[in-house]
Design a protein. Structure first.
Length: 334
């Protein structure tokens, strides 16, 4: 974590560099380039044309930790001439890390958690973004370290993947094996937490749903020693934020109403096997807009790991009475 004084200086440096460092328009995480929601809508419209039959969806493994500082500094000096800015950027790149009682400077990589990180992450791969944008027979999109390449034929995709690996090798990067998919678009792939097929977006990606369930279970496990009130507040707040994220990404897509039914069926193990007592407003596909107007948040049903019972969180109503079902009376352990 940066101290307050350092964070203010780094924010000022980022504001100064935004005016001089070019970031390619296809790098969609950069401010002013649309962001994740617009990226999902663009990809959905592009796939609906049925022009792209093959896709390479990959992720750069340890992107920030593998950025080479010397080439990045030379690239920055082409556009920045102010010695004060260059000195501050140099200090940012050569940051120190505390490990126990030992301080050291990493050999490569840039620090995350400040305003400069997304700017430099988008700028350092400018040559790769420019190259793939010039290839008119493919479609290329990058969001920070996530990359998607569409191609009409298998052989054209193979050439694009070969060129992508050349850029990765020159920069010291590598593909993440668990987050890479190469094949037909009809087989399905995920992007920004949304599942896509050859005809467009279909709903929330299974990996995003699995992460959501796992996060809820971890919050429930932490409640063993933190107490019921802490669980009620944290779990309901997390489910509320996640639901707002999900609906904000899906509400502008034409399948939103039918997709909600599929989402409810996919999350049945999370919400309990019995639909009895489920609030009707919780299953409304348009409830996102009513909550943004300050409407009460409906109860949420969560099934803990290894239990068929259900707990209820009522952030806007009266707290539940009695002990939580399945919650031990003492911490786990001998």
């Amino acid at each position: 974590m940066w101290e307050a004084q350092d964070a203010v200086v780094l924010k000022w440096v980022a504001l100064q560099l935004q005016a001089v460092l070019p970031v390619h328009p296809l790098c969609e995480h950069h401010k002013g380039h649309g962001g994740g929601r617009l990226s999902v809508q663009r990809m959905h419209r592009s796939l609906q044309t049925r022009q792209w039959k093959f896709v390479c969806r990959t992720n750069i493994r340890g992107f920030n930790d593998h950025i080479r500082r010397a080439p990045l500094m030379r690239q920055i000096k082409r556009y920045v001439k102010d010695p004060l800015l260059l000195n501050l950027v140099y200090q940012y790149l050569h940051y120190s890390v505390e490990d126990g009682v030992e301080f050291y400077t990493p050999v490569k990589g840039i620090c995350r958690g400040c305003a400069l990180s997304p700017l430099l992450a988008g700028f350092c791969l400018l040559s790769m973004d420019t190259y793939f944008e010039a290839q008119r027979d493919i479609r290329y999109v990058r969001y920070m370290d996530d990359i998607v390449i569409f191609a009409p034929t298998r052989w054209r995709l193979r050439r694009a993947v070969r060129d992508l690996n050349v850029f990765f090798a020159s920069g010291g990067y590598g593909q993440h094996p668990d987050k890479t998919f190469i094949g037909r678009t009809d087989r399905g792939f995920d992007w920004m937490g949304i599942q896509f097929t050859g005809s467009g977006a279909t709903g929330i990606a299974p990996r995003a749903l699995a992460n959501h369930r796992e996060r809820c279970r971890r919050l429930y496990e932490q409640a063993v020693w933190r107490g019921r009130e802490w669980l009620r507040q944290r779990l309901s707040a997390y489910v509320k934020r996640w639901t707002i994220w999900r609906n904000s990404y899906l509400c502008n897509l034409p399948f939103y109403g039918s997709c909600w039914t599929k989402f409810v069926s996919l999350t049945a193990p999370l919400q309990g096997s019995s639909p009895t007592g489920t609030d009707a407003s919780h299953t409304s596909p348009c409830s996102y807009h009513s909550r943004r107007r300050g409407q009460p948040w409906p109860p949420t049903r969560i099934a803990p790991r290894g239990s068929h019972q259900v707990i209820r969180t009522c952030p806007s109503g009266s707290p539940p009475t009695g002990a939580l079902p399945g919650l031990p009376t003492r911490p786990w352990g001998p």
